[in-house]
Design a binder for this molecule. Sequence first.
Ligand SMILES: NC(=O)c1ccc[n+]([C@@H]2O[C@H](COP(=O)([O-])OP(=O)(O)OC[C@H]3O[C@@H](n4cnc5c(N)ncnc54)[C@H](OP(=O)(O)O)[C@@H]3O)[C@@H](O)[C@H]2O)c1
Length: 311
Amino acid sequence: MNILLAGGSGFIGSYLCRTLLGMHHNLMVLSRNPSQARQHLPKEVSLSEWNGLTTHALEQLLERTDAVINLAGAPIANARWTQARKSLLRNSRINRTKVLVDAMSRLSKDKRPGMFINASGVGFYGPQDVENISEQFPPGQGFLADLCVDWEKEAMRAEQYGIHVVLLRIGMVLGNNGGALSKMALPFRFFLGGPIAPGTQHVSWIHQEDLSQLVAWILETKHCRGPVNAVAPEVVTMQKFCHELGKVLDRPSWLPVPEFLLKIALGELATMMTTGQQVIPSIAQRHGFTFRYPNLEHALHSLFRELSQHP
Ligand SMILES: NC(=O)c1ccc[n+]([C@@H]2O[C@H](COP(=O)([O-])OP(=O)(O)OC[C@H]3O[C@@H](n4cnc5c(N)ncnc54)[C@H](OP(=O)(O)O)[C@@H]3O)[C@@H](O)[C@H]2O)c1
């Protein structure tokens, strides 16, 4: 397949590119800064500059594309959610998705990509205490939930133009080349690790290899349409997550991070860490996707083993 990835130079995208290249797909990544993106991507991946605007060049690329994967967006947890930051988080996702969908809609029917996979997050469900949240659950409340709802709505418009849309509601991705895990592991390495309060909040996570394989499987089988929860089958509490992390790193998980301190340091962003949701990969499993890392202990072991072999 000829696959176009927007935001394909990041944590998820760079790993996904390696997986898809291994399956002999042709990849084109759209980036705001191709020379910087080049440092994260294998030489077989083509790069094209894109600043999120509609251009003739974008339409020409889309004409030669079988599937589009959109991962672009400013990092959610890198800075306090001021009004300006919230606008950036929304615009960098929703506007780019709109431009991509508009550009695809302008192509003649026979030249449109067949599939559009758009990132979203388990934040769609908002903070929840209920068990087994499948794709049928309604959206929750709060800034992240609202962002995901509007982002998904924009992506779903592509269905009107005969394009098969998949919305990946991604959980916390565990990987070695970035993401939350290295940040969470750091205090543990200095014997200062512990769960973020209250500890009972649920963490829906996925190993980066399973996420990439899930995307490849969606592209190949075309079984799924609409929302797909991209999370491992085993959901854990924050307490259990940190306990397993400590075990794998051979460090204690004893020093809880108090909620009030996080709120002082991070403001509203702290709620993303102090609350959670128990999401299950209902659709992926129903259609027969098999997770290589369904279990957290196994996933963490594989990642830290890999890190000790290739530091
Ligand atoms: N990682 C997770 O655990 C996780 C969980 C749930 C959902 N997601 C979602 O999945 C998507 C990919 O995640 P990721 O972890 O790979 O993110 P990432 O590493 O931050 O990469 C996203 C890409 O978006 C582009 N980007 C960054 N800032 C931007 C801005 N201000 N405006 C437009 N584009 C910008 C960058 O590409 P260029 O610099 O090359 O343009 C970057 O490579 C994101 O939308 C994220 O919200 C991630």
